[in-house]
Design a binder for this molecule. Structure first.
Ligand code: FAD
Length: 176
């Protein structure tokens, strides 16, 4: 449907009182789904096609807002984790857990930068020397994330030493 205007009437019933949603990316489709499930007629219109914008480029990680922790945006993390819980419940055939490893090179890295960002001192944060996030910062973030997740189906984070069973191969001189 490239270049054409496509229109999807989610209820197949033209109705003057329909909610008109412009944009059939993930947000438009999710809003349409919620409205239809609640019995509200919807017309979903896209200048291009369903999921042709940013939604077609997404890595599709349901990350639960981990990176917003560093900005102190706890409400957004809580909301993102609630969305993750909903997706795991509503679409277990599409959403599955994957194990991700965060390589850590040092213990203290990034603490001052993160503290400055957390305190909304972005200019100070940009002046501080850039270092990768260290053990203490990553563990604090993941500990908070696990607390917010409150999801018994998702295991809490775990610390691996390099070379340990089930951990990926990494440069032993760089990661301990
Ligand atoms: C490389 C990359 C990787 C990403 N990875 C992740 C990830 O792993 N996890 C994650 O959560 N997020 C990820 N994101 C972010 C995520 O893809 C976006 O936040 C999300 O797709 C935005 O969805 P949207 O519906 O708001 O916008 P879009 O998907 O861009 O949808 C907007 C739609 O509106 C249409 N449109 C525009 N103007 C009009 C108009 N006037 N009338 C009608 N229709 C119109 C467009 O054609 C488009 O289809 C990633 C983004 C990128 C670029």
């Amino acid at each position: 449907m490239d270049g054409q205007q496509s229109e999807h009437n989610a209820t197949n019933q033209p109705d003057d009182s329909c909610v008109l949603i412009l944009g059939a990316g993930i947000n438009g489709c999710a809003v349409a789904r919620d409205l239809v499930l609640n019995g509200v007629p919807v017309v979903l219109v896209d200048t291009n096609d369903i999921a042709s914008g940013a939604s077609s480029k997404s890595s599709r990680l349901i990350h639960g807002g981990l990176r917003y922790l560093e900005h102190g945006d706890f409400e957004l993390v809580r909301e993102s984790l609630e969305e993750r819980r909903c997706l795991l419940r509503a679409a277990p055939h599409f959403v599955r857990q994957i194990q991700l490893f965060v390589p850590i090179e040092n213990r203290l890295g990034g603490i001052f930068q993160s503290a400055a960002r957390f305190l909304r001192l972005s200019r100070l944060a940009s002046w501080l020397p850039s270092r990768t996030r260290g053990l203490y910062l990553v563990r604090l973030g993941l500990w908070l994330y696990d607390r917010f997740a409150k999801d018994e189906t998702c295991p809490a984070h775990k610390l691996y030493r390099s070379g340990e069973d089930n951990s990926p191969a990494v440069r032993a001189d760089r990661y301990r």
